[in-house]
Write a protein that binds this ligand. Structure first.
Ligand code: ATP
Length: 549
C-alpha cells in the first residue's frame, strides 16, 4: 500500500465523527491493506511496534522538529517548527504546513530508493531508526527522519509526524480496531478480543483473522517472554462479594508494584503492569524465581519493598527501584524486595486463563515452593474481618476479595476481583448488651449488642464481634461488667454507658433490630472515651445515611 493512500484514508477517518462510520472506514482500510495488514493495523493507532514490544523509536520532539526543519529547507530552523507548533497545537498540522522535497543530504537515501513512499518502506525505515544506538545514533535517527519527510507530501507528512511522536489522534482506539478486525474478516468478536488479550498484537491478530479465521484466533496461546496485561480490580465490599459469589477467596493485599514473571526453564523475564520489561532492575526476583519455580510458567504477583526486618516499606520505594537502570547493586543495598505470587496464567505448556481461580492457585502452589500469597476461602464475614485485621497488622494494605470460580481476564477491570473499600463513615453506638465468648474467650464478653440513640431511649441496630484482639476484649469486659443489669444464659443486658466507634459497609432496613436497621459487616474500631451515651449517633442520622447510600 502506498503511504499516500494510507494518509488519505487516515485523513478521511479523522474528518468523521460518528463511531460506527469510523469502524466501517477502518474495516475498509484493513481489507485494502493486503500485504501491509500487520503494519496498517498498528499505524492506524499510531503504533510502529506491537503493544507487548517495549521497543521504542526513542525520538524526542526536538529531534522530530529538527528533521522537519531540515526537510523544509535552509530557511527553517527547529525553533521555527516549535513556534509554529505553539500556534497550531498539532505536530501533524505543522508538518503538513511545509513544502518538503528537493533537499539533499545523507538521509535522502543514497541507497537508490526513490519514488513514492510505501507503508512497508516507512515501517522498515522506522525500525532501522529504532535500532540505532550508541554514539552517533541521534544523527542516524535524524537522517532517517529527514529522508522520510523529504519524500513526503503534506498529507503524508501529517501522519508520519504523528506516528513518529505516537500522537495519531484520528479517533481510532483499541476498541475500534478490534471491531474492525471482526468485521473485515468476518470472525467472532470474542475470538478477536481473546486473541488480543493473549498476544497484545493488533497486527498479528488482524493477519490471523484474515488467514486462518476464528479457529486460528482461538488457537492463539500465551507465549513465555511475551507480556500480557494485568487483570485489574474494582473497589467493592465484603457484602457485594458474599452476595454475588456466596464464597469468597480472600488474599492479603500487598502494597507494592505489580510484576508478572515469565520463566522458560532457563531465562526469567519480569514485566510491569504496563508490559514494560523490568527484569534488569529486579535481579533478586530473578534469582528467587530461578531458585523456587519448578517448571516453565507465567505468574502474576506483587513486588514489595521491605526493610531489614522484613517489614513492608511504602510502595514508592519499589517504584524508585523500577526506574533504576544503573547502579542496581547499590539500590539493592538500600531497599530489599520480595515477590509474592498470587496467580498462575501458564504452567508447563498449559494455558490456565480459563481455569477457575482456585485451580490456578493450586497449580501455583504446586510449582512455587515459596512466596505464594496467603489465601483463604470462606463465606463468614467475621473470618474475613479477622484476615483483614491480620493483614493490616502485618503492615500490608488490606485484603483483596476474589471470585473463586473466575477466569483470568487480562487487562479487564471486571467484577471478579474486588479491593475492599475502606469504610467511608463510622457510627458511634452505645453498647446495650453482650454475649459471653466461647472456648479460650469464655472469660470475656465477646459479641456486643449496639444501639442508636432515639430521643431519651436506645434502639438496637446490630452486633459487633470482629476487629477486637484478646487484649482489648479483656479490657472491654472489665469496663462493661459493672454495667451488667441482668443475664440470661450467655446473654447479658448492659446499661447504656460505653460508646463504640464502629465501621460498616452498608446500612440496611431490617426487622431484626428494634431501630428497623442493621449494619452490614460491622467492625469495632475503638471506644469513644470522650463520648457519653447522650452523644452517640441518633436514629435520625442513621436514617439519613441509609437514604444517602
Ligand atoms: P488501579 O488498579 O485501580 O489503577 P492501583 O494500581 O493503585 O489502582 P489498586 O486498584 O489499589 O491498585 O489495587 C489493585 C492492585 O493491588 C493490583 O494491581 C496489584 O498490584 C495489587 N495487589 C496486591 N496484592 C494483590 C493480590 N493479592 N491480588 C491482586 N492484586 C494485588
Amino acid at each position: 500500500m502506498k503511504f499516500a493512500a494510507f494518509a488519505d484514508r487516515a485523513a478521511a477517518i479523522e474528518a468523521e465523527s460518528a463511531d460506527l462510520e469510523i469502524v466501517d472506514m477502518v474495516t475498509d482500510l484493513l481489507v485494502a491493506a493486503d500485504d501491509d495488514l500487520r503494519t496498517v493495523a498498528r499505524f492506524v493507532q499510531g503504533r510502529v511496534f506491537p503493544a507487548h514490544d517495549s521497543t521504542t523509536l526513542d525520538v524526542g520532539p526536538t529531534l522530530c522538529y529538527e528533521a522537519i526543519a531540515r526537510a523544509a529547507g535552509p530557511n527553517v530552523s527547529a525553533a521555527d517548527v516549535e513556534s509554529r507548533l505553539a500556534d497550531l497545537g498539532d505536530i501533524g498540522a505543522v508538518a503538513a504546513s511545509y513544502d518538503f522535497g528537493g533537499q539533499r543530504g545523507l538521509g535522502a537515501f543514497g541507497d537508490g530508493s526513490a519514488g513514492d513512499l510505501t507503508v512497508a518502506e516507512v515501517e522498515r525505515r522506522l525500525r532501522e531508526l529504532a535500532a540505532a544506538e550508541g554514539p552517533g545514533s541521534q544523527e542516524t535517527k535524524l537522517d532517517v527522519l529527514f529522508g522520510l519527510f523529504n519524500r513526503s507530501s503534506p498529507e503524508e507528512a501529517r501522519y508520519l509526524a504523528r506516528i513518529v511522536l505516537s500522537e495519531m489522534r484520528i479517533g481510532v482506539g483499541e476498541g475500534t480496531v478490534r471491531d474492525a478486525i471482526a468485521a473485515a474478516f468476518d470472525v467472532p468478536h470474542e475470538e478477536v478480543a481473546r486473541a488480543l488479550q493473549v498476544t497484545n498484537d493488533y497486527g498479528l491478530v488482524a493477519e490471523i483473522a484474515r488467514e486462518e479465521g476464528g479457529k486460528g484466533l482461538a488457537d492463539r496461546r500465551l507465549e513465555i517472554g511475551r507480556p500480557v496485561k494485568s487483570m485489574l480490580a474494582q473497589a467493592g465490599t465484603v457484602a457485594d462479594a458474599l452476595d454475588d459469589w456466596g464464597r469468597v477467596a480472600i488474599e492479603w493485599k500487598y502494597d507494592g508494584a505489580r510484576v508478572s514473571v515469565h520463566y522458560d526453564g532457563d531465562d526469567v523475564w519480569l514485566f510491569s503492569r504496563n508490559m514494560e520489561d523490568v527484569t534488569d532492575p529486579l535481579p533478586e526476583v530473578v534469582s528467587f524465581v530461578e531458585d523456587h519455580l519448578d517448571a516453565p510458567a507465567i505468574l502474576d504477583g506483587e513486588v514489595v519493598a521491605v526493610d531489614a526486618d522484613g517489614t513492608p516499606l511504602p510502595f514508592q520505594e519499589i517504584l524508585r527501584r523500577f526506574r533504576r537502570k544503573h547502579d542496581v547493586a547499590k539500590a539493592r543495598e538500600e531497599v530489599e524486595v520480595e515477590f509474592y505470587a498470587f496467580d498462575c496464567l501458564h504452567a508447563d505448556g498449559e494455558d490456565l486463563l480459563d481455569r477457575p481461580l482456585v485451580a490456578r492457585h493450586e497449580r501455583l502452589a504446586s510449582l512455587l515452593d515459596d512466596g505464594v500469597t496467603r489465601r483463604w476461602i470462606t463465606d463468614d464475614p467475621d473470618e474475613i474481618a479477622e484476615i483483614e485485621a491480620e493483614s493490616l497488622a502485618a503492615g500490608h494494605e488490606g485484603i483483596m476479595l476474589k471470585n473463586p470460580e473466575s477466569a483470568y481476564t487480562p487487562g479487564r477491570r471486571g467484577k471478579n476481583w474486588l479491593k475492599r473499600k475502606p469504610d467511608v463513615e463510622t457510627l458511634d453506638l452505645v453498647v446495650t448488651g453482650a454475649e459471653w465468648g466461647e472456648g479460650r474467650r469464655a472469660e470475656f464478653l465477646g459479641t456486643f449488642l449496639l444501639s442508636v440513640r432515639d430521643g431519651e431511649g436506645f434502639e438496637t441496630i446490630g452486633k459487633v464481634a470482629t476487629g477486637i484482639t484478646d487484649e482489648t476484649l479483656a479490657e472491654l469486659t472489665d469496663r462493661l461488667e459493672p454495667h451488667v443489669r441482668g443475664q440470661d444464659g450467655k446473654t447479658v443486658d448492659i446499661a447504656p454507658a460505653v460508646v463504640f466507634e464502629v465501621g460498616y459497609e452498608e446500612i440496611q432496613a431490617s426487622p431484626t433490630y428494634s431501630s428497623g436497621y442493621a449494619l452490614r459487616f460491622p467492625r469495632f474500631l475503638g471506644v469513644r472515651e470522650d463520648k457519653d451515651p447522650a452523644d452517640a449517633d441518633s436514629l435520625e442520622r442513621v436514617e439519613r445515611l441509609a437514604e444517602a447510600q
